[in-house]
Write a protein that binds this ligand. Sequence first.
Ligand code: NAP
Ligand code: MG
Length: 460
Amino acid sequence: MTGSDGGRLVVIEPATEEVLAEVPRAGVAEVDAAVAAAKASYPAWRAVDPAARASLMLALAAAIEAAHGELSTLEARNAGKPIADARGEIGMVAATFRYYAAAPERLTGETIPVAGGVAMTFREPLGVVGLITPWNFPLAIAAWKIAPALAAGNTVVLKPAELTPLTALRLGELALEAGLPEGVLNVVVGPGSTCGRRLVEHPDVAKIAFTGSTEVGASIAAGAAASIKRVTLELGGKSANVIFADADLEAAAAAAPGAVFGNAGQDCCARSRILVERPAVEEFVDLMRDKMLQMRVGDPLDERTTMGPLISAGHRQAVASFLAGESVAASVPVPDGSGFWFSPTLLYPTDPSSRVATEEIFGPVACVIPFDDEAEAIRIANDTIYGLSGSIWTGDGARALRLARGVETGVLSVNSNSSVRVSTPFGGFKQSGYGRELGPHATDAYTEVKTVFYATDAKM
Ligand code: NAP
Ligand code: MG
């Protein structure tokens, strides 16, 4: 089977460089057909009563849980991520559908005191929403968008990244098996430049929710402007991991590799700038080197693996280009032979304005930047176009809160690296995007507020 453009999409396994699957490649005709199916199913889907919509979402969560092993293996092989990480992500996918299953019955409005009658508000769905997602956390990021969109009564067209379409395609099948009506969740696998573009420009698509690069995000916002489409954007990052000398340095150094080399650094939340208070730099770098040497880079399906390959040869080349002229404090051995391997690399204290210190690398490369006091730490942390995540390590609680308020970023952790939970809002400041996913407010991004005035006084 081929797509309307006659093409087939060859999906490569990053750890072996071999063909993992071939799927028909969609073109504009398939996008149009998917949007038409979503549009046709919308009136009935929005009319499904809230408790029944909740039940269908719970059924989908259960179907994902039942397929947990299969989906985890598929994600690990297609995205090149350690199987333990893939299991966690697929667990989060099911948890996300469970969390938003509670939403249909909680999309309440307000009554507002006005003269002459009753004013009330409703949260109305938007219609057909287009979701465009990246290759780094393929199914997890798709679920963050699909679950609140469906819960609020919208129908969906999902365009996953061409590099990693397999779990999204399987999710589409699981949704039908779980009883979601046909046309409610549609998956179109094709290039961003054609299929993604068409979704952005399609007159019957009410909103685009996008996760990906800042560059493509800007072009989507511009393209969506012509039809006044709603847009939410989750974009790049260059987050700071700020470590004070009074911190538990051992704990900070133990956590730092995961904070930047997790998912081989292909993580928009990667804390790739490690800001260390000057007196602690040497001790911290020694500790972090020791922790890095405990990493195991290799086969994603090996339970002991902590880091897999990069997503593609082209991406490996892009990451490597950042290392020219930089001096390496620590790196970790990687397998020989096929696979898009890249050594986790820590760079020695570098100029804060250098390329490695300012641009998103999206690979396993971190740099250490010394600072002298709190004010300087905040200034360096904020000296970036991005503002997505970050961490602060200190034994001083008041300082932690001062920093937390001072750093311009959407999510931030104290004495921890975690960024993402199903129940808490996630999204960026500045060029890391706008809108929030996850947490109780995510349905706001998939609804409009409608005000209805009901006159009770004949004169009004
Ligand atoms: P990307 O190149 O921006 O692609 C993201 C998605 O957009 C893919 O599905 C892509 O399709 C599609 N696309 C590409 N060009 C398009 C266009 N002109 N119109 C519409 N859609 C288009 O990003 P990526 O390379 O996949 O991912 C890496 C980037 O994503 C990094 O910058 C990272 O920071 C960011 N990211 C951010 C978050 C977050 O939550 N903030 C999470 C993950 C990643 P194809 O690839 O199939 O062509
Ligand atoms: Mg790309």
